[in-house]
Ligand binder design. Structure first.
Ligand code: SAM
Length: 157
């Protein structure tokens, strides 16, 4: 997301909140390192998504890892947040919550959908995991499908 915003020339005006319930997950994400073996796929994804530069300009390979350039983290805030029990803490233009809802029962999913709805600005984008969606939730009518297979939605009311 930071690379996309950077290439669109708007990263300096944005802030990315990277949240998870698990502190270890956040500590690992803060390191900005990824296993080398994933890079072939990430590079393919970057090119298919319309990346404008050589993807390798964003990272350095060190042993069996790649380390992404620290400038990508300059507008990132890492914070522990529980999507089930914590409140909304801001209004966002985009929320990406992938592969979390699938682990929850219907009641918990509805609670998380309420949090997402309350935290997303009107016309804001929501990205869910491939096996997740807004259908059959209380908020189904509040979103328009933006890209069905990619589970991207836009809040319309
Ligand atoms: C399967 S991983 C998905 C990670 C990432 N979104 C992805 O798609 O690759 C699920 C993540 O949800 C986090 N998680 C589980 N319950 C949570 C909760 N109640 N609030 C916030 N994060 C939670 C876990 O710690 C884990 O990092």
């Amino acid at each position: 997301m930071a690379i996309l915003l950077h290439e669109e020339g708007i990263y300096d005006k944005t802030r990315i909140y990277a949240t998870d319930i698990n502190k270890n997950v956040l500590d690992k994400a803060k390191q900005g390192t990824f296993p080398l073996e994933g890079m072939k796929l990430y590079t393919k994804n970057y090119i298919e998504a319309g990346g404008k530069q050589a993807f390798s300009e964003y990272y350095k390979a060190i042993d069996d890892k790649v380390c992404f350039h620290p400038f990508l983290q300059k507008n990132m805030v890492f914070a522990q947040h529980n999507v089930v029990s914590d409140h909304s803490f801001n209004e966002f233009d985009m929320i990406i919550c992938r592969n979390v809802l699938i682990y929850f029962n219907k009641n918990l999913q509805n609670d998380v959908h309420q949090l997402i709805y309350e935290s997303l600005s009107t016309s804001g984008f929501l990205g869910l995991g491939k096996r997740e969606g807004v259908k059959f939730t209380r908020y189904e009518d509040c979103y328009r499908e933006f890209d069905g297979p990619e589970r991207l939605y836009r809040k319309i009311k």
